[in-house]
Design a protein around this ligand. Structure first.
Ligand SMILES: [Zn+2]
Length: 250
């Protein structure tokens, strides 16, 4: 039986707003997948779910600290809480090596097979998909300072996409096509940036990719009001700014 995907916005803040929580999403459906794990996420995740076996996979969009520097802490805490099941660490091209190095840098030797549950590194190539846990994982690269891999998760009925950081590209517009929900970086109301999206930048999600709903995250804290007003003017209830801890059934 298909379980309708439930999205929990663990955090929605940008990289340096220290009173906020790093942008991260928990997908719970056929499987439970954490997307991104900044330094403030291990504690937030524990408050949401204290079962160390709950996660099936973690997808890391890119190697900026606010998206992955919580990973060594989270995995060590899962190990010490007694996790036995394997855990898949997923990402785009090149992610395996980077994630292995990040774990070793954080806690040298602590994730060796004889000490720790199995950590399986899975890379998804942009033009292909990987089937795991009855879900289909696909990816495409955004426009961002470092390579950032957006994620699309399809079950038999519903599709959820998470951009990670950056601006839309022809590839991500194809990836997001007809998605039920896209969770997208929207740092600015209108400012032009090479690295992050503004509300205006995201119009093609509706016009070209024909998505249904849009959750705006990674918003600059001082611009949240302006972003919300602009988004409502353009898209009405099809778009919104979730707050940290908010839950959404897709
Ligand atoms: Zn980034």
């Amino acid at each position: 039986m298909t379980r309708t995907p439930r999205i929990t916005f663990l955090g929605v803040s940008d990289a340096t707003y220290l009173a906020g929580i790093n942008t991260s999403v928990l997908y719970a459906g056929q499987a439970t997948v954490l997307i991104d794990c900044g330094p403030s996420i291990p504690r937030r995740l524990l408050e949401t779910c204290d079962n160390p076996e709950a996660l099936d996979a973690i997808w890391i969009t890119h190697q900026h600290a606010d998206h992955c520097f919580g990973l060594p802490t989270l995995l060590l805490s899962l190990r010490l809480a007694g996790r036995q099941r394997p855990l898949e660490l997923m990402g785009g091209p090149g992610s395996s090596r980077f994630l292995r190095e990040l774990l070793e840098l954080g806690y040298p030797g602590s994730f060796r097979p004889e000490k720790c549950f199995a950590i399986e590194l899975v890379e998804v190539e942009p033009a292909s998909s990987v089937e795991r846990f009855g879900l289909k994982f696909s990816t495409a690269r955004t426009q961002h300072r470092v390579a950032c891999q957006s994620l699309r998760i399809d079950d038999n009925e519903r599709s959820v996409c998470i951009s990670g950081d950056g601006k839309v590209t022809p590839e991500t517009l194809r990836l997001f096509r007809r998605a039920d929900l896209v969770v997208h970086d929207c740092q600015w109301a209108a400012r032009a940036s090479e690295d992050h999206s503004s509300v205006t930048d995201l119009q093609p999600l509706f016009d070209e990719a024909s998505i249904s709903r849009l959750a705006l995250v990674h918003c600059n804290h001082d611009e949240r009001q302006a972003i919300a007003e602009r988004a409502e003017n353009l898209w009405g209830k099809r778009a919104w700014l979730p707050i940290a801890g908010e839950v959404c059934d897709v």
